[in-house]
Ligand binder design. Structure first.
Ligand code: TPP
Ligand code: MG
Length: 332
């Protein structure tokens, strides 16, 4: 595996922050790369191809028989991630510097603020910049929130860019690869949060508009249970995943777009939730502040640009030469 690609992939997986821990060894340079927080499955490892020819040591709290297995040998260790990483750190030879090392990794990390600023600087013509929107959400959401996400193209703007603060917990409903699960999962988390005395933790569910429309009726249950739930819909008036993939395949992307988008605010209100639509950054900040101060079930419908392709899609689907153009928000 190319070392730079290897590191970029590891950084990408590190950003994904799942629930368990995996260790990848790259034999050619005798490196041991530890990935903390990755519940490995066929979706998030590209069918197992993510690791290339590196050897995999998986540390997971679940017994191996209960988990998905990539092809090839896997050394399985059944343990809690925190316990395992503490033991592992204790066994490292003395005198080694903790933290990420290597000039390429240091370069990647040093360039991260500028890279993010470049992403956030784009002003797409067809809606808010998704990277700017998620940065505002990350700033506004409580440090003690339980954050649940669904699956869709929007996921690649959300998962890598939410900060893992000490009091925050995350539930990425990615395992089944099914859209429509973010809202029900969020409601479950909110019901659990409400039922825990003294927990005082807000649940925030982040969904796409297409996914939201799979199960919006569940809002009625959330209202009935009286839960504290903020639902943020990243609304690009499309099955964005399909929109981009159709374009990449040379087909008409319009087949993935909603020419008559549903009125999500009206739907949410009809089901008993408080709801508002935001189309500018000022409205987004105001909406986040207002909903942070109120309780109950709230739906914030955020109009984001459909044209902006996530970095993950660029990496997966485009030749490298196309990347800059699409980071700047041009459509394809
Ligand atoms: C049940 C189900 N149906 C269809 C798909 C295929 N699919 C994956 S992402 C996606 C689009 C989701 O749209 P949205 O929630 O608006 O997110 P976006 O991609 O626009 O960010 C679809 C249809 C799926 N994964 N699961
Ligand atoms: Mg969408």
């Amino acid at each position: 595996m190319d070392a730079r690609t290897d590191r970029q992939r590891l950084v990408q997986l590190l950003r994904a922050r799942h629930a368990c821990i995996a260790l990848v060894t790259a034999e050619e340079d005798h490196a041991l790369n530890a990935v903390v927080g990755a519940a490995l499955d066929a979706h998030n490892t590209f069918g197992g191809s993510f690791f290339g020819d590196a050897r995999l040591i998986r540390v997971d709290i679940r017994p191996p028989a209960q988990m998905w297995h990539p092809a090839g040998e896997v050394i399985e260790i059944t343990a809690d991630a925190a316990t395992a990483i503490t033991r592992l750190a204790a066994d490292l030879p003395a005198g080694r510097r903790p933290g990420l090392r290597g000039p390429e990794t240091a370069e990647l990390l040093a360039g991260e603020p500028a890279r993010r600023a470049t992403l956030a600087a784009a002003h797409p013509a067809d809606g808010l910049n998704p990277w700017t929107v998620i940065a505002a959400i990350d700033d506004a959401v409580s440090d003690r929130a339980h954050i649940v996400t669904g699956v869709g193209h929007f996921w690649y703007f959300v998962a890598p860019y939410l900060s893992a603060r000490p009091g925050r917990t995350f539930h990425f409903g990615y395992g089944f690869g099914l859209i429509g699960q973010g809202l029900p999962l969020g409601i479950g988390g909110a019901v659990a949060g409400t039922a825990t005395p003294g927990a005082n933790r807000q649940t925030v569910a982040i969904e796409g508009d297409g996914s939201f429309l799979m199960n919006p009726q569940e809002l009625q249950s959330a209202v009935r249970f009286g839960v504290d739930l903020l639902v943020i819909v990243l609304n690009n008036a499309a099955y964005g995943s399909e929109f981009h993939k159709l374009g990449i395949a040379g087909l008409d992307p319009a087949a993935g777009a909603f020419d008559r988008p549903a009125d999500l605010v009206a739907i949410a209100r009809a089901l008993g939730a408080d709801a508002r639509r935001v189309g500018t950054m000022d409205e987004l900040h105001a909406g986040l502040a207002a909903f942070a101060a109120s309780g109950g079930v709230r739906v914030l419908d955020v109009g984001i640009a459909r044209s902006v392709m996530s970095e993950a899609y660029q990496r997966m689907h485009l030749p490298p030469a196309d990347e800059t153009r699409l980071v700047q928000g041009a459509s394809r």
